[in-house]
Design a protein around this ligand. Structure first.
Ligand SMILES: [Zn+2]
Length: 335
């Protein structure tokens, strides 16, 4: 798996106590270096206004660029440097997705700020521009016909869902914790108009972990993606599903999380090996770092020992959600 990164991502600081801090990327980079995995690190190009226009309204882009010091929401502040770094983050996502297209193998956009809560004309939840939506649109412009976005962050990607809700070219599948921020991602919501059936939501109760995610992958995620026949898989990669994460209460272990990554990479054989992971959340830095390092290590034959391996959910606590989801999807997919 190739890594796309830019040192400038470390310059984005909302405030010194904000959980979405540069320490997240520093932790990942150090862990990768510790295991000899800081190789094939490719620089991202400068962020471009026209790339942002693939998804975002011009007025919104200009507001982020010119507001100086302001706040989009209580937890999402804009500073003078925010526009440049957030635009670079989006460009990094595009670069990684285009690399995966050219090379037919996995890529990872090690970016921040994250993106999946940002809509066409709004930012929230630590997100300014929707990195993964921009990358998906870029691939469609480049001739791809069908893109699947798998959103494994603990929070629902409300921005991404809204952007593609009425389109059949982008299938959006989200696993998230129910009842927490941002409050969207209901199981019954399947998209609208031409996009009906192309949104899949699996909102799990707190405590769901490894066995729930394994069953969800086997019973819903894999069969839906296989039937969709995507040209590429894009992953909103959030490690705040981890049992050590301080912001939410799903319970994936590091092992369970790495297994999800490996299954997705295996599945990408159906689209010529095209899969791109884009960093979203994950706020327990040691857990975040070991999951990223072990996942990348597993694509390079490097074994990274894991510290956080408690098996909290071994009886598929989320089975009720999975069963209901299969029922809701039965008009659209054969499950
Ligand atoms: Zn999150």
């Amino acid at each position: 798996m190739a890594i796309f990164f830019n040192e400038e991502f470390l310059g984005h600081v909302q405030d010194p106590f904000h959980p979405e801090s540069p320490e997240r990327l520093k932790g990942i980079v150090n862990k990768l270096k510790e295991h000899g995995l800081w190789e094939e690190v490719l620089p991202s190009r400068t962020g471009k206004h026209e790339t942002l226009l693939l998804i975002h309204d011009e007025n919104y882009i200009d507001f982020i660029r010119t507001c100086g010091e302001c706040a989009l929401t209580l937890d999402t502040a804009v500073h003078h440097e925010t526009y440049g770094i957030a635009a670079l983050s989006a460009e990094c996502a595009v670069d990684a997705a285009m690399f995966s297209k050219r090379e037919g193998r996995p890529a990872f956009a090690l970016t921040r700020p994250p993106g999946h809560h940002a809509g066409k004309d709004f930012g929230m939840g630590f997100c300014y521009f929707n990195n993964i939506a921009i990358a998906a649109r870029r691939l469609l412009k480049d001739g791809d016909k069908r893109i699947v976005i798998v959103d494994e962050d603990v929070h629902h990607g409300n921005g991404t869902q809204e952007i593609f809700a009425k389109e059949s070219e982008v299938l959006y599948i989200s696993t998230h914790q129910s009842g927490i921020f941002p409050g969207t991602g209901h199981l019954e919501y399947v998209g609208e108009g031409d996009g009906e059936g192309f949104t899949v939501n699996l909102p799990f109760p707190s405590g769901c972990g490894d066995s729930t995610f394994d069953v969800a992958f086997a019973d819903v995620i894999k069969p839906v993606i296989t039937q969709f026949k995507p040209d590429a898989i894009l992953v909103s990669w959030g490690m705040d599903t981890h049992y050590r994460d301080p912001l939410a209460s799903l319970a994936l272990s590091s092992e369970g999380h790495v297994r999800q990554v490996q299954e997705l990479i295996k599945l990408s054989k159906i689209c010529n090996g095209r899969i791109t992971f884009m960093l979203e959340g994950g706020y327990h830095v040691p857990a975040l770092s070991e999951v990223v390092a072990a996942s990348i290590g597993s694509t390079r034959g490097v074994d990274v020992p894991l510290e956080f391996t408690d098996m909290i959910d071994n009886s598929c606590l989320g089975r009720g959600t999975i069963t209901k989801c299969k029922h809701v999807l039965s008009d659209f997919w054969s499950l």
